[in-house]
Ligand binder design. Structure first.
Ligand SMILES: CC(C)(COP(=O)(O)OP(=O)(O)OC[C@H]1O[C@@H](n2cnc3c(N)ncnc32)[C@H](O)[C@@H]1OP(=O)(O)O)[C@@H](O)C(=O)NCCC(=O)NCCS
Length: 190
């Protein structure tokens, strides 16, 4: 099973069915702030629905259609980051992420996204990794911007959060050929 070591004892690992209760409680604690941006967080879930989600992530992995990882700090899950699916024909994928409020502000997600971007290029030999973020979601947009992803444009009312509430999404992408220079820039700016 893939796993990735990050700085400060953080790591990315696939979800296990035994994570369901812990993940459920973490989502419940963070639900109001997650629901501002992400449709799946708008309605309350049961622990059983969280278990179903974990099973979907395991099927995604065995179908070679990407990877969802739990971000773990000192043995506790503090967020999620992963690929929605893989378009093997076009060698392209996209990333999504969220963090527990108490883990924000330390660069954890920026490092996680950098790690998975590198994985997509080096291990899966993909050509394009895309990130979409609500134009108003400054913290989310800062991640691809910090990593040197290129802003390609904005899709108006592209994502339905709930009811008649849509977000205008900024599209960012990194290409395989751009990644080495982006990494050098990222390292030298710290
Ligand atoms: C989007 C989200 C993951 C961003 O979290 P974040 O903590 O801002 O992102 P990071 O973990 O990369 O941390 C970056 C912060 O750590 C700081 N930082 C400290 N050390 C750092 C380092 N070595 N590298 C990068 N940033 C560092 C940065 O300055 C930044 O803080 P600032 O915004 O106060 O300047 C989080 O706000 C979230 O989960 N939001 C709700 C869900 C959501 O919007 N998901 C995205 C949907 S598209």
């Amino acid at each position: 099973m893939p796993s990735f070591t990050l700085a400060r004892g953080r790591l990315l690992r696939v979800l296990e069915e035994s994570d369901a209760q812990e993940l459920h409680e973490l989502i419940e604690r963070n639900r109001p702030r997650l629901a501002r941006w992400m449709a799946w967080a708008v309605e309350h879930q049961t622990p059983g629905q969280t278990l179903d989600f974990i099973r979907v992530t395991r099927r995604q992995l065995s179908a070679n259609d990407g990877l969802q990882t739990a971000l773990v700090a000192e043995g506790r899950i503090v967020g999620m980051v992963g690929f929605h699916s893989v378009d093997w024909q076009n060698r392209a994928t996209s990333l999504g992420y969220w963090l527990s409020e108490d883990e924000e502000g330390q660069g954890t997600m920026t490092q996680a996204v950098a790690t998975l971007t590198g994985h997509a290029f080096a291990d899966w030999h993909l050509n394009r990794v895309e990130i979409r973020a609500d134009v108003e979601n400054a913290r989310s947009r800062a991640i691809p911007e910090r990593l040197g992803y290129r802003r390609e444009g904005m899709l108006r009312q592209a994502y339905r959060i709930s009811g008649d509430r849509y977000s205008d999404d900024v599209v960012y992408a990194m290409l395989a050929a751009e990644w080495p220079a982006a990494q050098r820039r990222d390292t030298s700016s710290r």
